[in-house]
Design a protein around this ligand. Sequence first.
Ligand code: HEC
Length: 128
Amino acid sequence: MPANFPALAPTRPLTEAMVQIDTRHGRLVALGKTGWKRHAADPDRAPEDEALQLRELFSELQRTPESDGRPAGFREGVRGAGQNAKALEDALRAHDPQAADAALHRLTAGCASCHAKYRNVPLPAPRS
Ligand code: HEC
């Protein structure tokens, strides 16, 4: 990467953020399936820390210029997702797996409802 790489390179920050969000969310789904136990391969990483990281990603997304330019419903969705991630984190810190399941469910529903409205996926068909 050149030294003068611009801070605001046109790297589609939303896509970048979504990829990271997807990774964290996937880990949380996996943790939820095992009753929110720490991952055996990664015992230092607590589920609540994953939720915290996910919440941070949505907070960052709220602050990106790309988010500013989008409709109010989109920004509302980002805020709601952050709140659900916070609720998940709180439930995990309180060792309340049922509340954690419910928060994860709301969070996941939020991904789908925002994608249904605002995600345009004109991916080119793979050439073979
Ligand atoms: C407030 C709206 C909103 C929320 C909430 C949201 N997304 Fe997205 N997501 C989008 C939009 C818009 C795109 C398309 C981005 C683009 O232009 O590449 C997208 C794209 C994606 C992609 C594809 C990225 C790529 O490589 O092109 C994934 C994966 C994804 N989201 C996962 C998630 C997950 C998981 C959640 C919930 C934890 C979530 N998203 C929540 C709006 C949202």
